[in-house]
Write a protein of this length. Structure first.
Lengths: 257, 312
Protein backbone atom coordinates (compact mmCIF):
# COMPACT_ATOMS: atom_id res chain seq x y z
CA UNK A 1 0.00 0.00 0.00
CA UNK A 2 3.04 2.23 -0.17
CA UNK A 3 2.68 5.00 -2.74
CA UNK A 4 5.29 4.81 -5.46
CA UNK A 5 6.39 6.79 -8.46
CA UNK A 6 6.00 4.88 -11.70
CA UNK A 7 7.13 5.99 -15.15
CA UNK A 8 4.79 6.61 -18.03
CA UNK A 9 5.82 4.52 -21.03
CA UNK A 10 3.00 5.28 -23.44
CA UNK A 11 0.11 7.70 -23.54
CA UNK A 12 -2.37 7.62 -26.39
CA UNK A 13 -5.93 8.17 -27.44
CA UNK A 14 -7.00 4.62 -28.08
CA UNK A 15 -10.49 5.21 -29.54
CA UNK A 16 -13.12 7.98 -29.48
CA UNK A 17 -12.30 10.19 -26.51
CA UNK A 18 -10.83 7.31 -24.53
CA UNK A 19 -7.19 7.39 -23.45
CA UNK A 20 -4.84 4.64 -22.45
CA UNK A 21 -1.87 5.30 -20.20
CA UNK A 22 0.84 2.65 -19.87
CA UNK A 23 3.21 2.76 -16.89
CA UNK A 24 6.03 0.67 -15.49
CA UNK A 25 4.61 -1.95 -13.16
CA UNK A 26 6.05 -1.95 -9.64
CA UNK A 27 6.86 -5.45 -8.31
CA UNK A 28 4.00 -5.57 -5.81
CA UNK A 29 1.49 -5.07 -8.60
CA UNK A 30 2.54 -8.41 -10.09
CA UNK A 31 -0.04 -10.29 -8.01
CA UNK A 32 -2.92 -8.00 -8.94
CA UNK A 33 -6.03 -9.59 -10.40
CA UNK A 34 -8.58 -8.21 -12.89
CA UNK A 35 -11.09 -5.98 -11.12
CA UNK A 36 -8.55 -4.60 -8.66
CA UNK A 37 -7.72 -0.92 -8.92
CA UNK A 38 -5.01 1.63 -8.28
CA UNK A 39 -5.19 5.14 -6.87
CA UNK A 40 -3.41 7.63 -9.11
CA UNK A 41 -2.44 10.96 -7.55
CA UNK A 42 -2.90 14.03 -9.67
CA UNK A 43 -0.30 16.78 -9.88
CA UNK A 44 2.52 17.55 -7.48
CA UNK A 45 0.64 19.99 -5.29
CA UNK A 46 -2.57 19.87 -3.30
CA UNK A 47 -5.02 20.94 -5.99
CA UNK A 48 -6.58 18.67 -7.11
CA UNK A 49 -6.11 17.06 -3.71
CA UNK A 50 -7.32 13.50 -3.93
CA UNK A 51 -6.27 10.48 -5.90
CA UNK A 52 -8.44 8.99 -8.61
CA UNK A 53 -9.33 5.32 -8.67
CA UNK A 54 -8.72 3.41 -11.91
CA UNK A 55 -9.26 -0.25 -12.64
CA UNK A 56 -6.18 -1.95 -13.96
CA UNK A 57 -6.98 -2.16 -17.65
CA UNK A 58 -4.24 -4.45 -18.93
CA UNK A 59 -0.71 -5.62 -18.34
CA UNK A 60 2.09 -6.37 -20.81
CA UNK A 61 5.80 -6.99 -21.12
CA UNK A 62 7.39 -3.70 -22.24
CA UNK A 63 10.90 -2.89 -23.39
CA UNK A 64 12.05 -2.09 -19.85
CA UNK A 65 10.02 -4.76 -18.12
CA UNK A 66 6.43 -5.32 -17.06
CA UNK A 67 3.90 -2.53 -17.59
CA UNK A 68 0.29 -1.89 -16.64
CA UNK A 69 -2.32 0.39 -18.12
CA UNK A 70 -5.33 2.42 -17.09
CA UNK A 71 -8.10 3.39 -19.52
CA UNK A 72 -10.16 6.55 -19.09
CA UNK A 73 -12.37 9.19 -20.64
CA UNK A 74 -11.42 12.80 -19.96
CA UNK A 75 -14.22 13.91 -17.68
CA UNK A 76 -12.62 16.32 -15.21
CA UNK A 77 -9.42 17.92 -13.99
CA UNK A 78 -7.84 14.66 -12.87
CA UNK A 79 -8.31 12.76 -16.11
CA UNK A 80 -7.39 15.88 -18.09
CA UNK A 81 -4.05 16.08 -16.24
CA UNK A 82 -3.48 12.38 -16.70
CA UNK A 83 -4.18 12.57 -20.44
CA UNK A 84 -1.31 15.08 -20.74
CA UNK A 85 1.33 12.80 -19.21
CA UNK A 86 4.08 11.81 -21.62
CA UNK A 87 6.55 8.93 -21.74
CA UNK A 88 9.23 9.52 -19.10
CA UNK A 89 6.91 11.45 -16.75
CA UNK A 90 6.48 10.15 -13.22
CA UNK A 91 3.08 9.41 -11.75
CA UNK A 92 2.50 8.41 -8.13
CA UNK A 93 0.24 5.40 -7.57
CA UNK A 94 -0.90 3.05 -4.81
CA UNK A 95 -2.14 -0.45 -5.48
CA UNK A 96 -3.33 -3.01 -6.13
CA UNK A 97 -6.39 -2.20 -4.05
CA UNK A 98 -9.73 -3.88 -3.38
CA UNK A 99 -11.13 -7.25 -4.20
CA UNK A 100 -11.26 -8.15 -7.88
CA UNK A 101 -13.25 -10.65 -9.95
CA UNK A 102 -13.27 -14.24 -8.78
CA UNK A 103 -13.77 -16.58 -11.74
CA UNK A 104 -14.79 -20.02 -10.57
CA UNK A 105 -12.61 -22.93 -11.42
CA UNK A 106 -13.68 -25.52 -13.98
CA UNK A 107 -16.37 -23.42 -15.60
CA UNK A 108 -16.08 -22.62 -19.25
CA UNK A 109 -18.53 -20.05 -20.57
CA UNK A 110 -17.75 -16.58 -19.36
CA UNK A 111 -20.02 -13.65 -20.12
CA UNK A 112 -18.48 -10.19 -19.64
CA UNK A 113 -20.79 -7.18 -19.75
CA UNK A 114 -19.49 -3.62 -19.92
CA UNK A 115 -21.19 -0.24 -20.15
CA UNK A 116 -19.17 2.70 -21.51
CA UNK A 117 -15.76 3.04 -19.86
CA UNK A 118 -16.75 0.07 -17.66
CA UNK A 119 -15.05 -2.06 -20.30
CA UNK A 120 -11.65 -1.11 -18.81
CA UNK A 121 -11.22 -3.97 -16.31
CA UNK A 122 -13.10 -6.48 -18.47
CA UNK A 123 -10.46 -6.37 -21.20
CA UNK A 124 -7.80 -7.64 -18.80
CA UNK A 125 -10.22 -10.22 -17.45
CA UNK A 126 -10.88 -11.37 -21.04
CA UNK A 127 -7.11 -11.60 -21.70
CA UNK A 128 -6.69 -13.81 -18.64
CA UNK A 129 -9.70 -16.04 -19.28
CA UNK A 130 -8.64 -16.67 -22.87
CA UNK A 131 -5.12 -17.56 -21.66
CA UNK A 132 -6.75 -20.07 -19.34
CA UNK A 133 -8.54 -21.60 -22.31
CA UNK A 134 -12.07 -20.51 -21.49
CA UNK A 135 -14.79 -19.25 -23.80
CA UNK A 136 -15.35 -15.52 -23.54
CA UNK A 137 -18.23 -13.44 -24.86
CA UNK A 138 -17.74 -9.73 -24.32
CA UNK A 139 -20.90 -7.67 -24.46
CA UNK A 140 -20.21 -3.93 -24.66
CA UNK A 141 -22.69 -1.09 -24.70
CA UNK A 142 -22.20 2.59 -25.43
CA UNK A 143 -24.03 5.68 -26.59
CA UNK A 144 -22.29 5.54 -29.94
CA UNK A 145 -19.64 3.60 -31.91
CA UNK A 146 -16.85 5.87 -30.59
CA UNK A 147 -17.48 4.47 -27.10
CA UNK A 148 -16.97 0.82 -28.00
CA UNK A 149 -13.57 -0.75 -27.32
CA UNK A 150 -12.07 -1.71 -30.72
CA UNK A 151 -12.37 -5.39 -31.63
CA UNK A 152 -8.89 -5.31 -33.21
CA UNK A 153 -7.36 -4.77 -29.76
CA UNK A 154 -8.93 -7.90 -28.29
CA UNK A 155 -7.58 -11.45 -28.29
CA UNK A 156 -9.02 -13.01 -31.48
CA UNK A 157 -10.75 -15.76 -29.51
CA UNK A 158 -13.02 -13.26 -27.73
CA UNK A 159 -16.49 -12.96 -29.20
CA UNK A 160 -17.44 -9.27 -29.16
CA UNK A 161 -21.08 -8.20 -29.24
CA UNK A 162 -21.74 -4.47 -29.30
CA UNK A 163 -24.85 -2.42 -28.68
CA UNK A 164 -25.12 1.33 -29.18
CA UNK A 165 -27.93 3.67 -28.24
CA UNK A 166 -27.79 5.39 -31.65
CA UNK A 167 -27.36 2.17 -33.62
CA UNK A 168 -23.99 3.29 -35.10
CA UNK A 169 -22.45 -0.07 -34.21
CA UNK A 170 -24.03 -3.44 -33.48
CA UNK A 171 -27.59 -3.70 -32.25
CA UNK A 172 -29.41 -0.49 -31.40
CA UNK A 173 -30.34 -0.21 -27.74
CA UNK A 174 -28.92 -1.24 -24.38
CA UNK A 175 -26.93 -4.31 -23.37
CA UNK A 176 -29.92 -5.63 -21.44
CA UNK A 177 -31.50 -7.43 -24.40
CA UNK A 178 -28.47 -9.41 -25.64
CA UNK A 179 -27.66 -10.06 -21.99
CA UNK A 180 -31.03 -11.72 -21.55
CA UNK A 181 -30.36 -13.91 -24.59
CA UNK A 182 -26.85 -14.90 -23.50
CA UNK A 183 -27.56 -15.49 -19.82
CA UNK A 184 -28.74 -19.11 -20.23
CA UNK A 185 -25.55 -19.93 -22.17
CA UNK A 186 -23.20 -18.50 -19.57
CA UNK A 187 -21.67 -20.22 -16.55
CA UNK A 188 -20.64 -17.01 -14.86
CA UNK A 189 -21.22 -13.29 -15.48
CA UNK A 190 -18.87 -10.34 -14.83
CA UNK A 191 -20.03 -6.78 -15.22
CA UNK A 192 -18.78 -3.23 -14.97
CA UNK A 193 -20.73 -0.10 -15.81
CA UNK A 194 -23.24 2.35 -14.43
CA UNK A 195 -25.59 1.40 -11.59
CA UNK A 196 -28.69 1.42 -13.79
CA UNK A 197 -27.04 -1.25 -15.97
CA UNK A 198 -26.53 -3.41 -12.86
CA UNK A 199 -30.12 -2.88 -11.81
CA UNK A 200 -31.39 -3.89 -15.24
CA UNK A 201 -29.12 -6.97 -15.28
CA UNK A 202 -30.22 -7.98 -11.81
CA UNK A 203 -33.83 -7.70 -12.92
CA UNK A 204 -33.23 -9.88 -15.97
CA UNK A 205 -31.34 -12.45 -13.92
CA UNK A 206 -34.01 -12.61 -11.26
CA UNK A 207 -36.85 -12.96 -13.75
CA UNK A 208 -34.96 -15.71 -15.58
CA UNK A 209 -35.03 -17.85 -12.45
CA UNK A 210 -31.60 -19.20 -13.46
CA UNK A 211 -29.75 -18.19 -10.28
CA UNK A 212 -26.61 -17.26 -12.19
CA UNK A 213 -24.03 -15.41 -10.10
CA UNK A 214 -23.21 -11.93 -11.38
CA UNK A 215 -20.03 -10.31 -10.16
CA UNK A 216 -20.27 -6.55 -10.58
CA UNK A 217 -17.56 -3.91 -10.11
CA UNK A 218 -19.13 -0.96 -8.33
CA UNK A 219 -18.22 2.66 -8.67
CA UNK A 220 -18.71 5.28 -5.99
CA UNK A 221 -17.27 8.51 -4.69
CA UNK A 222 -13.89 7.69 -3.20
CA UNK A 223 -11.55 9.92 -1.25
CA UNK A 224 -8.88 7.45 -0.10
CA UNK A 225 -9.39 4.10 -1.85
CA UNK A 226 -7.92 2.38 1.21
CA UNK A 227 -10.76 1.94 3.68
CA UNK A 228 -9.89 4.84 5.98
CA UNK A 229 -12.32 7.63 5.02
CA UNK A 230 -15.70 5.80 4.72
CA UNK A 231 -16.63 7.85 1.69
CA UNK A 232 -17.54 4.94 -0.59
CA UNK A 233 -20.44 3.37 1.32
CA UNK A 234 -22.93 1.05 -0.30
CA UNK A 235 -26.04 -0.12 1.50
CA UNK A 236 -27.06 -3.72 0.71
CA UNK A 237 -30.81 -4.34 0.57
CA UNK A 238 -30.66 -6.72 3.51
CA UNK A 239 -29.11 -4.09 5.77
CA UNK A 240 -25.70 -3.00 6.99
CA UNK A 241 -23.14 -0.98 5.12
CA UNK A 242 -20.10 -1.96 3.07
CA UNK A 243 -17.16 -0.04 1.66
CA UNK A 244 -16.67 -0.24 -2.09
CA UNK A 245 -12.90 0.21 -1.88
CA UNK A 246 -12.12 -2.59 0.58
CA UNK A 247 -15.17 -4.89 0.72
CA UNK A 248 -15.42 -4.51 -3.09
CA UNK A 249 -15.29 -3.11 -5.66
CA UNK A 250 -16.51 -6.58 -6.72
CA UNK A 251 -19.87 -7.54 -5.25
CA UNK A 252 -22.29 -10.32 -6.12
CA UNK A 253 -25.34 -8.43 -7.35
CA UNK A 254 -27.59 -10.69 -5.28
CA UNK A 255 -25.89 -9.39 -2.13
CA UNK A 256 -26.75 -5.80 -3.05
CA UNK A 257 -30.23 -5.69 -4.57
CA UNK B 1 23.61 14.20 14.42
CA UNK B 2 22.37 15.16 17.86
CA UNK B 3 19.44 13.21 19.19
CA UNK B 4 16.20 15.19 19.27
CA UNK B 5 13.80 14.62 22.14
CA UNK B 6 10.45 14.56 20.40
CA UNK B 7 8.44 13.19 23.30
CA UNK B 8 5.27 14.83 24.56
CA UNK B 9 3.37 14.22 27.78
CA UNK B 10 -0.39 14.53 28.16
CA UNK B 11 -2.05 14.78 31.58
CA UNK B 12 1.38 15.36 33.10
CA UNK B 13 1.58 14.52 36.78
CA UNK B 14 -1.82 12.77 36.76
CA UNK B 15 -2.50 9.17 37.57
CA UNK B 16 -2.88 8.28 33.92
CA UNK B 17 -0.16 10.47 32.49
CA UNK B 18 0.24 9.68 28.81
CA UNK B 19 3.63 9.90 27.20
CA UNK B 20 3.84 10.08 23.40
CA UNK B 21 7.19 9.25 21.84
CA UNK B 22 6.66 12.05 19.38
CA UNK B 23 4.03 14.71 18.60
CA UNK B 24 2.73 13.18 15.36
CA UNK B 25 -0.71 11.61 15.69
CA UNK B 26 -3.34 10.63 13.13
CA UNK B 27 -6.67 12.48 13.17
CA UNK B 28 -9.97 10.78 13.93
CA UNK B 29 -11.90 9.51 10.94
CA UNK B 30 -8.93 9.55 8.60
CA UNK B 31 -7.29 6.28 9.63
CA UNK B 32 -10.29 4.03 10.32
CA UNK B 33 -9.28 2.16 13.48
CA UNK B 34 -5.77 1.63 12.19
CA UNK B 35 -6.06 -2.15 11.94
CA UNK B 36 -5.47 -2.41 8.18
CA UNK B 37 -2.67 0.14 8.15
CA UNK B 38 -0.94 -1.59 11.04
CA UNK B 39 -0.54 -4.68 8.85
CA UNK B 40 1.49 -2.71 6.33
CA UNK B 41 3.11 0.17 8.18
CA UNK B 42 4.74 0.55 11.56
CA UNK B 43 2.09 2.40 13.57
CA UNK B 44 4.30 2.12 16.65
CA UNK B 45 6.55 4.82 15.18
CA UNK B 46 3.74 7.35 15.52
CA UNK B 47 2.99 9.43 18.60
CA UNK B 48 -0.59 8.23 18.90
CA UNK B 49 -3.54 6.92 16.92
CA UNK B 50 -7.03 8.37 17.23
CA UNK B 51 -9.89 6.00 16.42
CA UNK B 52 -12.81 6.60 14.11
CA UNK B 53 -15.58 8.48 15.92
CA UNK B 54 -17.38 5.92 18.06
CA UNK B 55 -20.98 5.98 19.29
CA UNK B 56 -22.89 3.87 21.80
CA UNK B 57 -24.67 1.85 19.12
CA UNK B 58 -23.38 0.93 15.65
CA UNK B 59 -24.26 3.46 12.96
CA UNK B 60 -24.50 3.03 9.19
CA UNK B 61 -23.69 6.67 8.57
CA UNK B 62 -25.13 9.12 6.07
CA UNK B 63 -26.37 8.43 2.53
CA UNK B 64 -23.96 9.00 -0.37
CA UNK B 65 -22.39 11.12 -1.78
CA UNK B 66 -20.54 11.69 1.48
CA UNK B 67 -17.48 13.55 0.21
CA UNK B 68 -16.60 16.09 -2.42
CA UNK B 69 -13.23 17.45 -3.45
CA UNK B 70 -12.75 21.24 -3.23
CA UNK B 71 -9.70 23.44 -3.97
CA UNK B 72 -6.88 21.98 -1.81
CA UNK B 73 -9.47 20.36 0.39
CA UNK B 74 -12.52 18.19 0.68
CA UNK B 75 -15.91 18.33 2.38
CA UNK B 76 -17.15 15.24 4.19
CA UNK B 77 -20.38 14.17 5.73
CA UNK B 78 -19.73 10.59 6.78
CA UNK B 79 -22.20 10.66 9.64
CA UNK B 80 -20.39 8.48 12.13
CA UNK B 81 -20.42 5.15 10.37
CA UNK B 82 -18.89 2.98 13.09
CA UNK B 83 -19.15 -0.43 14.71
CA UNK B 84 -20.36 0.90 18.07
CA UNK B 85 -18.53 0.85 21.37
CA UNK B 86 -19.43 -2.78 22.16
CA UNK B 87 -17.71 -4.25 19.12
CA UNK B 88 -14.90 -1.75 19.48
CA UNK B 89 -14.16 -3.04 22.98
CA UNK B 90 -14.53 -6.73 22.14
CA UNK B 91 -12.87 -6.88 18.73
CA UNK B 92 -10.75 -3.81 18.06
CA UNK B 93 -9.24 -2.87 21.43
CA UNK B 94 -7.54 -6.29 21.87
CA UNK B 95 -5.57 -5.57 18.68
CA UNK B 96 -4.61 -2.11 19.94
CA UNK B 97 -3.44 -3.66 23.19
CA UNK B 98 -0.59 -5.29 21.27
CA UNK B 99 0.66 -1.96 19.91
CA UNK B 100 3.15 0.33 21.55
CA UNK B 101 1.50 3.40 20.06
CA UNK B 102 -1.25 4.62 22.38
CA UNK B 103 -4.77 4.79 20.97
CA UNK B 104 -7.25 7.51 21.91
CA UNK B 105 -10.87 6.62 21.23
CA UNK B 106 -12.85 9.45 19.66
CA UNK B 107 -16.33 9.37 21.25
CA UNK B 108 -19.56 11.11 20.28
CA UNK B 109 -22.80 11.01 22.25
CA UNK B 110 -26.25 12.11 21.20
CA UNK B 111 -27.06 13.08 24.78
CA UNK B 112 -25.05 14.10 27.80
CA UNK B 113 -25.72 10.73 29.42
CA UNK B 114 -24.38 8.89 26.36
CA UNK B 115 -21.01 10.62 26.71
CA UNK B 116 -20.84 9.29 30.27
CA UNK B 117 -21.84 5.79 29.21
CA UNK B 118 -19.23 5.76 26.46
CA UNK B 119 -16.53 6.85 28.91
CA UNK B 120 -17.59 4.15 31.37
CA UNK B 121 -17.53 1.42 28.73
CA UNK B 122 -14.00 2.40 27.68
CA UNK B 123 -12.55 2.93 31.14
CA UNK B 124 -9.95 0.32 32.01
CA UNK B 125 -10.19 -1.45 28.64
CA UNK B 126 -6.74 -2.76 27.64
CA UNK B 127 -5.67 -1.07 24.42
CA UNK B 128 -7.51 2.16 25.17
CA UNK B 129 -4.98 4.76 26.30
CA UNK B 130 -7.26 7.77 26.36
CA UNK B 131 -10.31 9.51 24.97
CA UNK B 132 -10.91 12.27 22.51
CA UNK B 133 -14.31 13.75 23.22
CA UNK B 134 -15.96 14.97 20.05
CA UNK B 135 -18.24 17.93 20.68
CA UNK B 136 -17.65 19.26 17.22
CA UNK B 137 -18.98 16.95 14.54
CA UNK B 138 -21.03 18.86 11.96
CA UNK B 139 -22.47 15.70 10.41
CA UNK B 140 -25.10 14.32 12.76
CA UNK B 141 -28.55 15.63 13.64
CA UNK B 142 -28.27 15.13 17.37
CA UNK B 143 -25.36 15.68 19.73
CA UNK B 144 -21.90 16.50 18.48
CA UNK B 145 -21.77 20.06 17.34
CA UNK B 146 -24.47 21.55 19.56
CA UNK B 147 -22.48 20.61 22.67
CA UNK B 148 -19.47 22.32 21.17
CA UNK B 149 -21.12 25.64 20.50
CA UNK B 150 -22.03 26.54 24.07
CA UNK B 151 -19.40 26.85 26.83
CA UNK B 152 -21.80 25.60 29.52
CA UNK B 153 -22.82 22.50 27.56
CA UNK B 154 -19.20 21.85 26.57
CA UNK B 155 -18.22 21.96 30.24
CA UNK B 156 -21.12 19.64 31.13
CA UNK B 157 -19.93 17.04 28.63
CA UNK B 158 -16.37 17.32 29.91
CA UNK B 159 -17.46 16.82 33.53
CA UNK B 160 -19.76 13.94 32.59
CA UNK B 161 -16.89 12.11 30.87
CA UNK B 162 -14.47 12.94 33.69
CA UNK B 163 -16.92 11.52 36.25
CA UNK B 164 -16.86 8.14 34.47
CA UNK B 165 -13.21 7.67 33.70
CA UNK B 166 -9.70 8.42 34.83
CA UNK B 167 -8.42 8.03 31.28
CA UNK B 168 -6.58 11.03 29.84
CA UNK B 169 -9.08 12.98 27.75
CA UNK B 170 -8.79 15.60 25.08
CA UNK B 171 -11.87 17.61 24.14
CA UNK B 172 -12.15 18.30 20.43
CA UNK B 173 -13.57 21.68 19.49
CA UNK B 174 -15.18 23.12 16.37
CA UNK B 175 -14.16 26.15 14.32
CA UNK B 176 -17.90 26.81 13.79
CA UNK B 177 -18.22 29.37 16.60
CA UNK B 178 -17.79 33.12 16.82
CA UNK B 179 -15.21 32.89 19.59
CA UNK B 180 -13.47 29.68 20.55
CA UNK B 181 -11.88 31.01 23.71
CA UNK B 182 -14.78 30.74 26.19
CA UNK B 183 -15.30 27.12 25.13
CA UNK B 184 -11.64 26.21 25.52
CA UNK B 185 -11.55 27.95 28.90
CA UNK B 186 -14.70 26.17 30.05
CA UNK B 187 -13.60 22.65 29.14
CA UNK B 188 -10.15 23.30 30.61
CA UNK B 189 -11.76 24.20 33.95
CA UNK B 190 -14.14 21.23 33.74
CA UNK B 191 -11.40 18.61 33.82
CA UNK B 192 -10.04 18.10 30.29
CA UNK B 193 -6.39 17.02 29.99
CA UNK B 194 -5.89 18.40 26.48
CA UNK B 195 -7.76 20.28 23.76
CA UNK B 196 -7.93 19.10 20.15
CA UNK B 197 -8.16 22.08 17.81
CA UNK B 198 -9.92 21.65 15.39
CA UNK B 199 -12.64 19.61 13.74
CA UNK B 200 -13.73 20.35 10.17
CA UNK B 201 -15.08 23.73 9.05
CA UNK B 202 -18.83 23.72 8.26
CA UNK B 203 -19.11 23.99 4.47
CA UNK B 204 -20.98 22.96 1.32
CA UNK B 205 -20.67 22.54 -2.45
CA UNK B 206 -23.31 22.92 -5.18
CA UNK B 207 -23.68 20.73 -8.25
CA UNK B 208 -24.48 23.36 -10.86
CA UNK B 209 -25.73 20.92 -13.48
CA UNK B 210 -28.09 19.16 -11.09
CA UNK B 211 -28.93 22.44 -9.33
CA UNK B 212 -28.63 20.96 -5.87
CA UNK B 213 -26.03 20.40 -3.14
CA UNK B 214 -23.39 17.80 -3.98
CA UNK B 215 -23.53 16.03 -0.63
CA UNK B 216 -26.58 13.96 0.25
CA UNK B 217 -26.82 15.85 3.54
CA UNK B 218 -26.21 19.23 1.82
CA UNK B 219 -23.69 20.37 4.47
CA UNK B 220 -20.46 18.81 5.62
CA UNK B 221 -17.07 19.70 7.04
CA UNK B 222 -14.13 21.12 5.12
CA UNK B 223 -10.65 19.70 5.76
CA UNK B 224 -7.23 19.55 4.14
CA UNK B 225 -4.58 22.18 3.30
CA UNK B 226 -7.32 24.76 2.61
CA UNK B 227 -8.20 24.98 6.32
CA UNK B 228 -4.67 25.14 7.74
CA UNK B 229 -4.58 28.94 8.23
CA UNK B 230 -7.92 28.78 10.05
CA UNK B 231 -6.68 26.02 12.35
CA UNK B 232 -3.42 27.87 13.05
CA UNK B 233 -5.25 30.95 14.25
CA UNK B 234 -7.54 28.90 16.46
CA UNK B 235 -4.61 27.03 18.00
CA UNK B 236 -2.94 30.38 18.67
CA UNK B 237 -6.14 31.73 20.27
CA UNK B 238 -6.77 28.59 22.31
CA UNK B 239 -3.24 28.74 23.70
CA UNK B 240 -4.03 32.18 25.09
CA UNK B 241 -6.72 30.82 27.42
CA UNK B 242 -5.46 27.39 28.50
CA UNK B 243 -2.31 25.83 29.87
CA UNK B 244 -3.37 22.37 28.73
CA UNK B 245 -1.56 20.75 25.82
CA UNK B 246 -3.18 21.49 22.47
CA UNK B 247 -3.44 18.79 19.82
CA UNK B 248 -3.64 20.56 16.49
CA UNK B 249 -5.54 19.27 13.45
CA UNK B 250 -6.26 21.05 10.21
CA UNK B 251 -4.40 20.57 6.96
CA UNK B 252 -1.12 19.23 8.32
CA UNK B 253 0.66 17.69 5.33
CA UNK B 254 4.37 18.28 5.96
CA UNK B 255 6.96 18.64 8.69
CA UNK B 256 6.95 22.39 8.21
CA UNK B 257 3.17 22.50 8.70
CA UNK B 258 3.74 20.67 11.99
CA UNK B 259 6.40 23.20 13.00
CA UNK B 260 3.98 26.06 12.32
CA UNK B 261 1.39 24.52 14.63
CA UNK B 262 3.95 23.85 17.35
CA UNK B 263 5.13 27.45 17.14
CA UNK B 264 1.51 28.62 17.42
CA UNK B 265 1.23 26.78 20.70
CA UNK B 266 0.33 23.16 19.92
CA UNK B 267 2.09 20.33 21.79
CA UNK B 268 1.21 17.71 19.19
CA UNK B 269 -0.31 17.60 15.72
CA UNK B 270 -2.74 15.29 13.97
CA UNK B 271 -2.42 14.30 10.33
CA UNK B 272 -5.83 13.82 8.72
CA UNK B 273 -6.83 14.40 5.13
CA UNK B 274 -3.19 14.31 3.98
CA UNK B 275 -3.23 10.54 4.51
CA UNK B 276 -5.86 10.23 1.75
CA UNK B 277 -3.40 11.71 -0.72
CA UNK B 278 -0.48 9.67 0.55
CA UNK B 279 -0.83 6.71 2.92
CA UNK B 280 2.65 7.41 4.30
CA UNK B 281 1.82 11.04 5.14
CA UNK B 282 1.96 10.70 8.96
CA UNK B 283 5.37 9.03 8.77
CA UNK B 284 6.64 11.62 6.30
CA UNK B 285 5.48 14.46 8.54
CA UNK B 286 7.35 12.82 11.43
CA UNK B 287 10.56 12.32 9.44
CA UNK B 288 10.46 15.89 8.14
CA UNK B 289 9.81 17.28 11.61
CA UNK B 290 12.76 15.34 13.01
CA UNK B 291 15.03 16.53 10.19
CA UNK B 292 13.95 20.10 10.72
CA UNK B 293 14.75 19.92 14.44
CA UNK B 294 18.16 18.45 13.70
CA UNK B 295 18.91 21.09 11.10
CA UNK B 296 17.79 23.91 13.36
CA UNK B 297 19.61 22.59 16.40
CA UNK B 298 16.40 22.03 18.34
CA UNK B 299 17.12 19.38 20.95
CA UNK B 300 13.69 19.10 22.49
CA UNK B 301 10.31 19.76 20.93
CA UNK B 302 9.32 21.84 23.94
CA UNK B 303 11.78 24.51 22.80
CA UNK B 304 9.57 25.53 19.92
CA UNK B 305 6.08 25.11 21.40
CA UNK B 306 4.47 28.55 21.36
CA UNK B 307 7.59 30.48 20.28
CA UNK B 308 5.65 32.38 17.62
CA UNK B 309 3.30 33.80 20.20
CA UNK B 310 3.47 37.46 21.04
CA UNK B 311 4.50 37.86 24.65
CA UNK B 312 2.49 40.78 25.81
C1 LIG C 1 -13.47 11.79 6.11
C2 LIG C 1 -13.29 12.41 7.46
C3 LIG C 1 -13.86 11.83 8.58
C4 LIG C 1 -13.71 12.41 9.85
N1 LIG C 1 -14.27 11.80 10.93
C5 LIG C 1 -14.10 12.34 12.17
C6 LIG C 1 -14.61 11.70 13.33
O1 LIG C 1 -15.21 10.61 13.26
N2 LIG C 1 -14.44 12.30 14.54
C7 LIG C 1 -13.77 13.50 14.65
O2 LIG C 1 -13.64 14.01 15.76
N3 LIG C 1 -13.24 14.12 13.58
C8 LIG C 1 -13.40 13.57 12.34
N4 LIG C 1 -12.84 14.20 11.25
C9 LIG C 1 -12.10 15.46 11.43
C10 LIG C 1 -10.59 15.21 11.47
O3 LIG C 1 -10.23 14.40 12.57
C11 LIG C 1 -9.81 16.53 11.55
O4 LIG C 1 -10.17 17.20 12.75
C12 LIG C 1 -10.09 17.46 10.38
O5 LIG C 1 -10.26 16.72 9.20
C13 LIG C 1 -9.00 18.50 10.15
O6 LIG C 1 -7.75 17.89 9.89
P1 LIG C 1 -7.17 17.60 8.39
O7 LIG C 1 -7.34 18.88 7.61
O8 LIG C 1 -5.77 17.20 8.59
O9 LIG C 1 -8.02 16.51 7.84
C14 LIG C 1 -12.98 13.62 9.98
C15 LIG C 1 -12.40 14.19 8.85
C16 LIG C 1 -12.53 13.62 7.60
C17 LIG C 1 -11.89 14.27 6.41
S1 LIG D 1 -12.71 5.52 -0.50
FE1 LIG D 1 -12.11 5.89 1.54
S2 LIG D 1 -13.02 4.22 2.57
FE2 LIG D 1 -13.43 3.77 0.51
Amino acid sequence: MRSLDVEVTESARLYGDTHVLWMTRPPHLANATPGQFVMVYIGEHTDPLLGRAFSIHRTREGEQGPEFAVLFDVVGRGTEWLSRREPGDAVRVVGPLGRGFEPRERVQRMLLVGGGIGCAPLIWLADRLIEEGREVTLLLGGRTEAQIFPAAQLPPAVELIATTEDGSLGTRGLVTKPFEELLPWSDQVFACGPNRMFEAMHDVARRSGLRKPIQALLEGTMACGMGICYSCAVFPRRGGVRLICTDGPMFDLRDLY
Amino acid sequence: MAHVDLSVTLAAGQKQELRLRNPVMVASGTFSNGIEFAKRFDVDELGAIVSKGTTLRPRRGNPVPRTVETPSGMINSIGFQNVGVGTLVSEVAPVWARWQAPVLVNIMGETLAEYGQLAQRLDGVPGVAGLEVNISCPNVEAGGLEFGQDPLLAADVTREVRRHTALPMSVKVTPGVTDLRPIVAAVSDAGADAITVMNTVPAMAIDVRARRPVLATAFGGLSGPAVKPIALRLVYLAASVTNLPILAAGGVSSGLDAVEFLMAGASAIQVGTATFRDPQAPWKVLAELREWCEREGVSSIGEIVGVARRRD
